[in-house]
Ligand binder design. Structure first.
Ligand code: CA
Length: 344
């Protein structure tokens, strides 16, 4: 497990240490202070568009992978409107007892044309749970609007030593943040879900990329052209790692977090309707799981390029992207079961 804030930076000031024993007391205490190890400040940022699979990212991060529970949750348009993804992020933070600060991310892609996946994640993006849960937690659009802006998040990023950025919706908010080179420098890795390398190179019609990357191709290009290290969970990998109906029944039998079961069933029904899988595909959890434990995965470094439609493909002149290719058998199913067990 990667420890979030435990990396130590040793600041040793040669001149302070060489201060002579006979010098005044003040100088001695200063020498001790400056030789003390300083904690490296590492921020974890979640940027998503809840979204049923985004909800599972936050469920796992808050219940079983608490060493990478996000410091900030950026709500970006995508699986639903910007307004809905902000509400859903606020709901999930309360429901899951998270300490994360909500950030008002991008409401539209750079070209201004908002994508829509219809009611795939429910008409509200949260399996029809939104209105009752807004009421349950007394969340209003007015309180939501008082959260941090992307501009304010930039200041927190600049004050950190390093940032791990989980991006599981359209990349517009991230592409906006890294327009500032000081911000770009602080983001170590971006852990993203999106695109498909083999699947979307097949002749399957005009829609030649996965939904997140289709949501803002211009932002995908900006991130691919940046200096950030990129870990990618593409659709090729995520689509095959679905939760079966029997596993959903097993989680439901634990008897906790009924809303998370409703979310899973909504995802399952939409996959059945669109012929994607007989089960729930939680695309977004994999970048988070990789950040938590790289050793559970196999990966392959690929040279990839991206175009303005969000289509990605292999190209010898492309940038290096670390691509997830497999995960230990039953790894994510076991963690999800553990998350349900925490409510016992
Ligand atoms: Ca998402």
């Amino acid at each position: 497990m990667r420890n979030k804030i435990q990396n130590l930076l040793f600041l040793v000031i040669g001149t302070a240490l060489s201060a002579s024993v006979s010098s005044c007391k003040e100088q001695t205490s200063e020498a001790i202070d400056t030789a003390m190890p300083k904690e490296e400040k590492v921020l974890t940022i979640f940027d998503g568009d809840p979204g049923t699979d985004d909800a599972y990212c936050l469920f796992l991060a808050s219940k079983v992978l608490t060493d990478i529970e996000p410091d900030y949750c950026v709500a970006t348009f995508g699986n639903s409107t910007g307004e809905n993804t902000r509400r859903n992020t606020a709901i999930l933070n309360k429901y899951l007892g998270m300490k994360s600060q909500l950030v008002l991310g991008a409401e539209k892609p750079f070209n201004g044309i908002e994508p829509s996946c219809g009611d795939f994640h429910g008409t509200d993006g949260l399996a029809e749970l939104q209105s009752s849960m807004l009421e349950r937690y007394g969340i209003t659009d007015e309180n939501i609007s008082k959260n941090l802006t992307l501009e304010q998040l930039k200041d927190s990023i600049k004050a950190a030593d390093k940032v791990n950025y989980i991006a599981v919706g359209p990349l517009t908010s991230l592409a906006t943040l890294i327009k500032d080179p000081e911000v770009e420098k602080k983001i170590d890795w971006v852990y993203a879900m999106g695109g498909g390398i083999d699947y979307f190179n097949k002749d399957i019609g005009t829609f030649n990329t996965e939904y997140n990357f289709a949501g803002d191709g211009q932002a995908v290009v900006a991130v691919f052209n940046s200096k950030l290290n990129i870990l990618l969970a593409p659709y090729d990998f995520t689509r095959a790692k679905f939760i079966t109906p029997e596993q959903i029944d097993e989680f439901a039998a634990v008897g906790t977090y009924p809303e998370m079961i409703q979310i899973l069933n909504c995802n399952k029904a939409s996959n059945a309707r669109t012929g994607q899988a007989n089960g729930a595909i939680l695309h977004d959890i994999f970048p988070l799981l990789y950040l938590s434990n790289e050793s559970a995965f196999t990966t392959k470094d690929e040279k990839l390029t991206a175009d303005a439609h969000g289509h990605i493909e292999r190209n010898a002149n492309g940038r290096t992207v670390r691509v997830l290719t497999d995960i230990q058998d039953q790894y994510h199913q076991k963690l999800i079961k553990e998350a349900f067990m925490t409510g016992k």
